[in-house]
Ligand binder design. Structure first.
Ligand code: MLT
Length: 264
C-alpha cells in the first residue's frame, strides 16, 4: 500500500483481504510487522488493516503526541478509507489505544480484542520510569531501551527463541528514539480506563500470556470482570507477546471470537 496522508502525517499500513474490517494496533516500541501472522490468519475472512502508528515504523511524525492523537489518527484512517466500523485488536500500548477508541468512538467498533494489556494507568513509580526511558532514548538511542525490554517480553518457555528475540530486537532498534520518548510521555499521561470499562458494550475478548510479566493475568481478569460483554483466554507458554509466541493458539481463539461477534 502507498502511504496515506492522515492529519498532516504520512501513515504506512498493510491492507490485506476483504470483508468486515479488523484494525490491528501494535505495541511499544514495535511496528506493523508484528501483525504479519494476523494477516495470514485472518485475511481469508476479513479485511485486515495494520498501520504503523504515528512516528513508528515507516510512518512519519516526530513531534510529541498523546494517545488521543494516535486514536484520532486511526479514526481518520478509517474515514479516509471509507470504513464505518472495525473490530480493533490492540497489543499492550495498542490496547491502551483500543480502550481510548472504545471510550471515545464506541460507535466505530464492532468488537474489541485486548491482548497483553491493561486498563489501569501508571502509578508514580511507573511514571518516573517512563521519564527515564524518554531521557535515555533521547540521549543514547533505542539500543539501551531494547536491551532493557527484551528479557521481559517473552515467557520463560520462549526465552531462548533466537528467531523471535531477533525479530523483536530489530523492531525495537529501528524505532526512532524521538518516538520512544514521545510514546513514554504519552503512556505516562494516559488516563485510567477502568472507570469506563462498564460502558464498553461491544463484544470484547481479552487475551493474556500465562507468563506475561508486564501486563499480567491479574490485569486481564480485572478487565474481563469489569467489561459487560467480555470473555478471556489465557495462552499457555506465552509472555507479553502472546500472539507472536503462540500464534496458532492465539489467532485460532481470535478467529472464533470474531466469528461469534460478527454473527451476534
Ligand atoms: C507495550 O508492549 O506496548 C508496552 O510494554 C506497554 C507499556 O510499556 O506499558
Amino acid at each position: 500500500m502507498p502511504p496515506i496522508d492522515v492529519r498532516g502525517r504520512s501513515l504506512m499500513y498493510d491492507d490485506t483481504g476483504d470483508g468486515e474490517v479488523v484494525l490491528c494496533i501494535h505495541g511499544f516500541p514495535f511496528n506493523r510487522s508484528m501483525w504479519d501472522e494476523a494477516r495470514m490468519a485472518l485475511a481469508s475472512r476479513y479485511r485486515v488493516l495494520s498501520p504503523d502508528l504515528r512516528g513508528f515504523g515507516e510512518s512519519s511524525g516526530s513531534d510529541s503526541w498523546t494517545l488521543d492523537d494516535q486514536a484520532n489518527d486511526l479514526i481518520e484512517l478509517l474515514d479516509r478509507l471509507g470504513i464505518d466500523r472495525a473490530a480493533v485488536l490492540g497489543l499492550s500500548m495498542g490496547g491502551y489505544i483500543a480502550l481510548n477508541l472504545a471510550r471515545r468512538y464506541p460507535e466505530r467498533l464492532w468488537a474489541m480484542v485486548l491482548i497483553d494489556t491493561k486498563a489501569t494507568s501508571d502509578n508514580y513509580e511507573a511514571k518516573q520510569n517512563r521519564l527515564k526511558t524518554a531521557e535515555t532514548a533521547l540521549r543514547e538511542g533505542a539500543a539501551p531501551i531494547a536491551a532493557q525490554m527484551l528479557p521481559k517480553l517473552l515467557s520463560s518457555a520462549n526465552a531462548e527463541d533466537q528467531r523471535l528475540l531477533e525479530r523483536l530486537n530489530s523492531m525495537m532498534l529501528t524505532t526512532n528514539p524521538k518516538t520512544i520518548a514521545n510514546a513514554a510521555h504519552a503512556m505516562a499521561s494516559r488516563p485510567d480506563s477502568t472507570q469506563y470499562l462498564s460502558t464498553m458494550a461491544m463484544p470484547s475478548f481479552v487475551i493474556v500470556g500465562n507468563d506475561d510479566q508486564i501486563t499480567t493475568p491479574h490485569d486481564a481478569h480485572a478487565m474481563v470482570n469489569a467489561l459487560p460483554n467480555a470473555s478471556l483466554v489465557t495462552i499457555p507458554d506465552a509472555g507479553h507477546m502472546s500472539v507472536l509466541e503462540q500464534p496458532e493458539i492465539a489467532y485460532g481463539a481470535i478467529r472464533a471470537f470474531l466469528e461469534q461477534a460478527h454473527n451476534a
